[in-house]
Ligand binder design. Structure first.
Ligand code: HEM
Length: 355
């Protein structure tokens, strides 16, 4: 009988204590006069403390992974804003611009015909190994481009059309294809470099070709060797862009392993730049992702023009990479110096046949 009022009083005391702790003592403990308990970041006030956290200050952790001591990595916000903002938007405009430019060129110039008409006699333009290198590089690039663009734009373009489940399945498959085919692209790139670099060194005739605008708008055909100046530019864009995209891709495939940008910036600093080299592991990944996307979009735009001119845009061009044999009139019109070289080689061989 006595126990009940005692228990009630005890309960009331507990509730009152809890209310007191919450209303009075709680804030008093959390904000001891604006001083941060522990001073773990050396901050002098609450505001200062949270400002430092927001700015990505490195706190102390006992884990081997020191990046766990960064509560908020503010560059992450900048990266996301850049990726989903200007990089995506300008990327889309660049690709659309390339398609419109090609369509406009087709509308103005039409298909570039063989001026003299096909001779019906062919000349070998690319050996099997050269075509293999081209198609290994080109085939893998096209799939890398499609799967990469899906990673960047798929959620806006494809997902609303096919639904989230199909989109997730396609994107997962595409991601594996993207990772593994990158190896095929790198092999193709290396092979194409070895086979074609000698033909892509600058030559006097390139200047004439450039001054005459490659004869692209008129009917003149400035002389060219195996590759004209326009093709040489494409070759070096593909090689430099391809290496750059491969390196940033490797950095993304093996996260936190390469310190690619810190190393690249250090190299650039040697030649007079003043770039930061103390990048965090997260910044490395963010820069790799942005760079990978920017170079990819640029290369895809260039390749859209290349695919057009190598197929629909120019009569007789595709055969070079199809059968490897091109019509001799096509060859004389577009690569007259190369035809002269090949004919001189054939003549020399005829004069001194192998024993
Ligand atoms: C997928 C469609 C493609 C087609 C139809 C195509 C067609 C061609 C043709 C016909 C040539 C020989 C031009 C000549 O005889 O002078 C060529 C050369 C070349 N292609 Fe492609 N190509 C394609 C994709 C690619 C891709 C994706 C790349 C690079 C990533 C590429 C890089 C090159 C390079 C570097 C050359 C040698 C330089 C030049 O001729 O411009 N191609 N291509």
């Amino acid at each position: 009988m006595i126990a009940r009022p005692v228990a009630a009083l005890f309960g009331l005391a507990v509730v009152l204590l809890a209310v007191f702790a919450t209303v009075v003592a709680g804030p008093a403990l959390a904000q001891t006069g604006g001083q941060v308990p522990g001073q773990s970041l050396g901050a002098t006030s609450d505001a200062e403390f949270w400002r430092q956290v927001r700015q990505g200050t490195q706190g102390e952790v006992t884990l081997p992974n020191t990046s766990a001591g960064v509560l908020i990595q503010s560059e992450g916000d900048n990266w996301r804003a850049a990726r989903n903002g200007p990089v995506s938007t300008y990327g889309a405009w660049t690709l659309l611009g390339a398609v419109i430019a090609v369509a406009a060129f087709f509308a103005v110039r039409g298909r570039i015909r063989i001026h003299e008409g096909p001779a019906g006699v062919t000349i070998e333009r690319f050996k099997a190994i050269e075509r293999f290198a081209h198609w290994l590089m080109a085939g893998s690039f096209v799939i890398l481009a499609i799967t990469g663009l899906n990673i960047l734009y798929g959620r806006y373009v494809l997902k609303p059309v096919i639904g989230p489940d199909a989109f997730a399945a396609i994107t997962l498959f595409g991601k594996y294809a993207h990772n593994y085919l990158s190896l095929a692209f790198m092999v193709g790139l290396l092979l194409a470099f070895v086979l074609w670099v000698v033909h892509n060194l600058p030559h006097r005739s390139d200047l004439v070709w450039m001054i005459k605008g490659g004869g692209i708008l008129g009917s003149a055909h400035p002389p060219a060797r195996k590759f004209n100046a326009g093709q040489k530019i494409l070759f070096w864009l593909v090689m430099l862009g391809g290496v750059s995209i491969s390196l940033s891709g490797i950095s993304l495939m093996f996260p936190f392993e390469t310190a690619l940008f810190a190393k690249t910036f250090a190299l650039l600093n040697v030649v007079g730049f003043d770039l930061p080299t103390n990048l965090s592991a997260m910044q490395e990944m963010q820069l790799s992702q942005l760079w990978h996307t920017i170079v990819a979009v640029f290369l895809i735009a260039v390749i859209i023009a290349h695919i057009y001119i190598g197929s629909l845009g120019m009569e007789g061009a595709f055969d070079a990479m199809g059968s490897g044999q091109v019509d001799v009139n096509w060859a004389r019109e577009h690569h007259s110096l190369w035809v002269e070289e090949v004919e001189a080689q054939h003549a020399a061989r005829r004069e001194s046949p192998a024993e």
